[in-house]
Design a binder for this molecule. Structure first.
Ligand SMILES: C[S@@+](CC[C@H](N)C(=O)[O-])C[C@H]1O[C@@H](n2cnc3c(N)ncnc32)[C@H](O)[C@@H]1O
Length: 159
């Protein structure tokens, strides 16, 4: 599969999963956290889906499209492993993490700290959607929408 096809499938999976969990997240209290703002496309989608929710975005640099850049109080710049620590206990309804690189050795390092961080950010019953698998005893895998092939994107609920 070409990298273009792979990218399109990953983005489609991301969108389908976020749409799929939308109603569930709306039943929960708490903010939405976007780990990896990037260009801000997903942030814009989340903003559209959750117009009344505080959405806090994290990235090591601010390089989002201007209209998809959060207000300064909702944009946290720096290494997520460090910056998100002070948000542990914020009781997020949804954490979305799109910080995979496609380089297995780099992603394996992220997977040593991201599961614990995601679990710590979520409210009980909160949802995490991630481009990387998250192995943590408090994160229970949820069924994916039919359109998403297992292993393409990952969805969990915190116990
Ligand atoms: C794949 S892009 C996210 C794309 C985003 N979903 C969008 O709609 O544009 C990943 C982003 O996460 C950021 N990122 C990856 N790992 C990070 C880390 N450990 N700390 C801070 N930012 C990180 C990168 O700088 C990059 O902007």
């Amino acid at each position: 599969m070409s990298r273009l096809d792979s990218f399109i499938r990953r983005m489609t999976a991301q969108r389908d999963i976020l749409n799929h969990i939308c109603d569930t997240v709306k039943e929960l209290e708490g903010p939405v956290l976007e780990l990896g703002l990037g260009n801000g496309r997903t942030y814009d989608h989340l903003r559209e889906r959750f117009p009344d929710r505080r959405i806090i975005a994290f990235d090591r640099a601010s390089h989002a499209y201007k209209s998809s850049t959060p207000d300064p109080e909702n944009l946290v710049i720096g290494e997520i492993k460090e910056t998100a620590q002070s948000f542990i206990g914020i009781n997020a309804a949804l954490v979305h993490a799109d910080i995979g690189t496609g380089y297995p050795e780099m992603d394996a390092i992220t997977q040593t700290w991201l599961p614990q961080l995601a679990a710590g950010l979520l409210i009980s019953e909160g949802i995490v959607a991630s481009g990387l698998a998250l192995d943590h005893p408090e994160l229970t895998p949820l069924p994916l929408p039919k359109s998403v092939k297992p292993g393409r994107y990952f969805l969990y609920r915190r116990i």
